[in-house]
Design a protein around this ligand. Sequence first.
Ligand SMILES: CCC(=O)SCCNC(=O)CCNC(=O)[C@H](O)C(C)(C)COP(=O)(O)OP(=O)(O)OC[C@H]1O[C@@H](n2cnc3c(N)ncnc32)[C@H](O)[C@@H]1OP(=O)(O)O
Length: 295
Amino acid sequence: MSVSPRLLQRQRSSCVYSSIHGFNQDEIKEKLQAFHGGSIDLLKQDSGIAVLTINNPSRMNAFSGSMMIDLEERVSQLENWPEGKGLIVQGAAETFCSGSDLNAVRAISNQQDGMKMCMFMQNALTRLLRLPLISVALVEGRALGGGAELTTACDFRLMEAGSVIQFVHKHMGLVPGWGGAARLVHLVGSQNALKLLGGAVKVDPELGVNIGLVDGVLEGHQKTEGAAPLLQQAENWLSRYTKGPAPVIQAVKKVVLSGRELPLSEALRTEKDIFGTVWGAPANLEALASKSKHK
Ligand SMILES: CCC(=O)SCCNC(=O)CCNC(=O)[C@H](O)C(C)(C)COP(=O)(O)OP(=O)(O)OC[C@H]1O[C@@H](n2cnc3c(N)ncnc32)[C@H](O)[C@@H]1OP(=O)(O)O
C-alpha cells in the first residue's frame, strides 16, 4: 500500500527519532520481523471508538518483533481516521501485556540492536499518545515491563479490580526504554515515579488511583455477578468524553496535547490554530442556531 506524502509528513512530525538521529526504520523493521508471533488487532467501530488488542496469549501478550511492527502500522491507520474519537487499548485473553518478548530480547541483547528497538518503540508509542483520539488503556490481569510502559502511552488508565501494573525493569537489570519513565514522571510526579521504578512496586487499582496513575476501577465481570463485560464498561466510561462530532473531540485532544507538550507561547499559538478549525465550522454553527442553554 502506498503512503501519501501528507500522511508521511504527519507521521514524521509525531516521531521522536528520524534519520537526523541516525535512525533507519526499515533496517530495524527487518530485524524485528525475524521475531514473529502474535498480532496487534485493530477494530474501528461506527461509534468512533476503536479497540486495539495486544494479542499473543501463549506468552501473556508479550511483544514479539512482528507485533512491534504491527503496532506501528495500526497507529498509522489510526492517524488517518477522520471519523475517530476514542481508542481503547486492551490485551487478549484476560491479561494486558507482559512487556517485550524475552526470547526476542535475548536474541537482540547487543547494544546497537537494543538502541534501535528502543527508538522504534519510542516513536510508535509517542505517535500513539499523540493520536487525535482520547485513549484509554484497559488493564486486566497484568501490565508488566513494556506493558506498564504501554499504559502510559494512553491518555487514561482503567484497571480491573485485582489487576496489577508493575514496572519490573529493575528486576531485569533495566530501566524503561519505550518512553515509559518520562511519561510516568509527567503522570505521577518524580517522587512517585522514583518509588515505582526504584521499588518495582506492584501498583494495584487503589494505589494507582491514589497516586493519579489510574483514572477508574472496573468491576471484575467474572467475580462480580451482573457486571458488564470489561470492554463494555470501558466503552461506557470513555463515551462521556467522546460524545459529539469527531472534529470537535479531535480538537479537544489536540489542544490538551499541545498544552501538555509545548512551551506556553508555542502551545498558545497552536491552540489558536486549532480553535480556527472549529470556529464557524458546522458543529459551532449548529450550536449557535439552537440557542442551547448550559444549565
Ligand atoms: C521493555 C522491557 C521489558 O518489557 S522486559 C520483560 C518484562 N516482563 C517480564 O519479565 C515478564 C516475565 N513473565 C512473568 O513474570 C510471568 O510469565 C507472568 C507474566 C507473571 C505470568 O506468570 P504465570 O501466570 O505463572 O504464567 P507463565 O509464567 O507460565 O507464562 C505463560 C507463558 O507465557 C510466557 N511468557 C510470559 N511472559 C513472557 C515474556 N515477557 N516473554 C516471553 N514469554 C513470556 C512464559 O514463558 C510461559 O510460556 P511457556 O508456557 O512456558 O512456554
